[in-house]
Design a protein around this ligand. Sequence first.
Ligand code: AMP
Ligand code: MG
Length: 423
Amino acid sequence: MNTPDAPNLASRVDDYDPQSMTVAQARTFIAGHLKPVDGTMRVPLRSALNRFLAEDILSPVDVPAHINAAMDGYAVRFADLAADGETALVVGTTVLAGSARPEPLSPGQAARIMTGAPIPENADTVVMQEQARRDGDRVWIQPGQHAGQHVRLAGEDLHRGATALRRGHRLRAAELGLIASLGIGEVSVFRPLRVAFFSTGDELASIGQPLADGQIYDSNRYTLFGMLAAEGFDCFDLGVVRDHPVAIENAFEEAARMADVVITSGGVSVGEADFIKPLLARMGEVVFWKIAMKPGRPLAYGRLGTSHFFGLPGNPVAVMVTFYAFVRDALLALAGANPPAVVPRLTVRTTTPLKKAPGRTEFQRGIVSQDAQGAWTVRSTGNQGSGILRSMTEANCFIVLPQDIGSVPAGAEVEVQLFEGLI
Ligand code: AMP
Ligand code: MG
């Protein structure tokens, strides 16, 4: 990883100003420092679910292996068919899916054939059974057939030696099926990304402890666990760390030793950051940004030893918003994803007015639903305070409002990013 020092930064990002970074600038900067983890493993196909391929998968066979029927019906020689009027053919064998390749068709013959069954030599066309009338050992074929119809050619999906999947492709259900269809039972994948995280704050208590006066339960470690585990990363929860230099230094050292990525929540806002800045400067290189976004203004990013570091704000909603705005895509790239994951944004009308001041990109919480006319619209979850985690549980999308705009009236179009597929 290149070091994110300021001179280097200035040459990479236009208008670099740590006091005011746009969401896009911060993403671009982070993206410049990511390369997949070293370390791959060969695993049985099912264990590869959700992992990223560390090799190209080449097809060892033609898919399909043989020319075969795409419909139930009759395999015929197109040249035998009359251009106008019905044609009578003699039905020879019946070929089922899984049958060996049958005898070649002689002129004037048809073979009864089922979907997926190999087509006899000399046959070039399949007539669907609805367009054929069977009468004893004869079949009458309707006119209007097309040469080569309803036939799947050998190698039509994939030729032997062709690339079926590329390195970096995430293996989901379809990919497991595709690899299985090639007869491959083991694949090489990137090892899971190791992510350690802890919460900072004297006000935090862990579940199971009594709450002292002024304390709150630490929720961020649970949210972080949920977001990280959902991507298949190996998670190391290092607990709550007091706002104390020695305790924090020890936690950073332990985290950086065990993980590829260290994530903290809390302690990066102005004032609090002054406390950990010199400490992190000793351990690696970290930049502290004020991002022009809401929620989630303070963010730290850099390197601790050989580990990547993300310092997220403490507010529970800000943790989730900054995770999805910056961290998730970065972690996927480190885990081996190529091309990068793209979460689409859709444009819908808002049925509620959305309050906003120009100057920051806002990730408001919204609920997309279908109105009585069948159109998809979005409405606000209400209070957008960055501590209100309930807004994330009620929402099914972020309403992403661009930096420069102000309040949005009801009825206007806005961009939304659905949680489904993202989370
Ligand atoms: P900070 O960024 O540390 O100033 O924290 C901002 C706000 O988020 C404060 O109200 C904290 O109490 C709250 N907060 C910080 N960390 C956590 C946590 N792990 N769980 C719940 N709330 C937190
Ligand atoms: Mg704090």
